[in-house]
Design a protein around this ligand. Structure first.
Ligand code: ADP
Length: 476
């Protein structure tokens, strides 16, 4: 049994901008099944503090990057939480990383350095008499933890999980002192990255073990195209790098009991949800597949490719219902497409319940990402018998069985994979999807296969347990 301090900038259901939150929120229950105990340390954003109410103060800091701060312990939604209450850093309107206008907070480096320092402090000095055997940090916001552990002479091992390498958490090189880092370690073998301080690199260099959220992404990360400058560092650490695919919370995402939908346990039950979804999105009846997409709107997600390939879907009677928010230019382009095509309907915003209705009501779910470390919505799609159409990258490559002639003959196909990642190939993918949809027996067999896929946490939790054991001292 390993005692783990899990440290992240997001945790569902309290604060979420993407898949990181789902994973951090799901991990404690998943790991309990392995006998491991996780306490989760997150920042005390206003929404978090409001939701959890008053907790017990377990650590006090006289001066944490500019003012007094404390860690409070509280149980909430089945999570054993430690919350860093540092109002000078986190008590702000806006998102976890950006202000209300969408600009990065100028002191993001200090904000998440504070989170990382607090984690190292708990590991070194304890909170409430509790100390972890392993600290598990997620993404760059937790990357400085090994630097602070070293500064506190603490040998608790650090495990680092990369959910998305695109975000580096860089700060100018002249902030070494301000961030309380050891200037002697401002070099290429520690946290220096092309003259800057890189929290991500600090985590990668200082971790006992590194994981990322799919096997294919682990391999991609070591290439210049996907490594985003960190490919060399990851090659250097390859002996300690593993890919562990994300699971989903199969209680929250269960078509048989989902309170947001008309529940179903066989494919037949989808039809009522599809009708309701068409009505909700104002889409006319059609014989083609109703495709849904739920996503952040960013370059990564390939929305521009989708817009270019869209005629191939619409010409076959297919339709698109999309929910997302993010890049303003993409939002405008999507509204334009919806105004032009009766088969396209778009809702801009973030809406958890609507995302459930979409995944239940869609015939197919689209994930046309340029890169995708794991991806969660294709997993929801599998569980709901909603056929994923995905690009061949990262976790999308690992979790979907492409409807190749061989896979169809063996009756194991669960979706359509598109390669290379171009608008032309995506248009070809839409044609294949429509061909399959036009063959009800084949389509239903795929839907049944999809619903049978093991998308929960069991296998992956066992692998995280091994990772913790490999990192932890021998006597744990
Ligand atoms: P990423 O972490 O890159 O955003 P993932 O597929 O790993 O991508 O996770 C995205 C998570 O956020 C999923 O749970 C998805 O359902 C959810 N999500 C994204 N955009 C929205 C939205 N506009 N409304 C509701 N849920 C959303």
């Amino acid at each position: 049994m390993v005692q783990v301090l899990s440290v992240a900038s997001e945790c569902a259901p309290l604060v979420k901008t993407g898949g990181l939150a789902d994973v951090v929120g799901a991990l404690p229950a998943a790991m309990a099944g392995q006998g491991d105990t996780l306490r989760t340390l997150i920042p005390g954003y206003p929404g978090v503090l409001k939701a959890v109410g008053k907790g017990r103060v377990v650590v006090k800091f006289k001066d944490l990057f500019g003012a007094a701060a404390e860690i409070i312990a509280v149980d909430h939604a089945g999570l054993d939480l430690l919350i860093l209450r540092a109002d000078h850093l986190f008590d702000r309107m806006g998102g976890p990383y950006v202000d209300v206008s969408g600009n990065d907070w100028p002191d993001n480096a200090e904000r998440f350095a504070a989170l990382s320092f607090a984690a190292a402090h708990v590991a070194a000095k304890g909170a409430d008499g509790w100390r972890p055997d392993v600290v598990h940090g997620h993404d760059w916001q937790a990357g400085l933890i090994p630097e602070y552990l070293a500064g506190l002479n603490c040998d608790v091992p650090f495990v680092f999980t990369i959910h998305n390498i695109a975000f580096h958490g860089n700060a100018p090189g002249d902030r070494v002192d301000a961030l309380g880092l050891d200037p002697a370690r401002f070099h290429a073998h520690a946290y220096e990255f092309w003259g800057q301080i890189s929290a991500l690199k600090a985590g990668l260099m200082g971790a006992a073990k590194i994981s990322t959220v799919s096997q294919t992404y682990a391999e991609e990360l070591m290439t210049p195209h996907f490594g985003m400058g960190m490919d060399g560092v990851l090659q250097h650490r390859r002996a300690d790098l593993v890919g562990i695919v994300n699971g989903i919370d199969t209680d929250v995402w269960d078509p048989a009991s989902d309170p947001a939908i008309k529940p179903y346990s066989t494919l037949k039950g989808k039809a009522a949800n599809t009708r309701a979804l068409r009505a909700e999105f104002g889409l006319p009846k059609s014989n083609g597949p109703l495709c849904v997409l739920v996503s952040r709107l960013s370059e990564q997600k390939g929305i521009d490719l989708l817009l270019q390939a869209l005629p191939a879907l619409l010409d076959r009677g297919g339709q698109l219902a999309l929910l997302g928010s993010g890049d303003a230019g993409l939002e405008v382009a999507l509204h334009e497409a919806a105004a032009k095509h009766p088969g396209v309907s778009v809702k801009i915003g973030y809406d958890e319940a609507l995302s459930h209705r979409m995944i239940a009501g869609g015939d197919a779910i689209l994930v046309p990402s340029r890169f995708e470390p794991c991806g969660l919505t294709q997993l929801y799609g599998l569980r709901y018998g909603t056929i994923p159409l995905v690009t061949l990258t990262g976790g999308l490559a690992d979790t979907i069985i492409n409807a190749s002639p061989a896979a169809l003959a063996r009756k194991v196909a669960t979706g359509v994979q598109v390669a290379p990642i171009t608008a032309d190939a995506l248009a070809g993918g839409f044609n294949r999807l429509c061909d399959l949809h036009a063959q009800p027996k084949v389509w239903q067999a795929m839907g049944r296969n999809a619903m049978k896929q093991p998308v929960g946490w069991d296998t992956s939790a066992a692998r995280y347990h091994t990772l913790y054991r490999d990192a932890a001292p021998a006597d744990v």
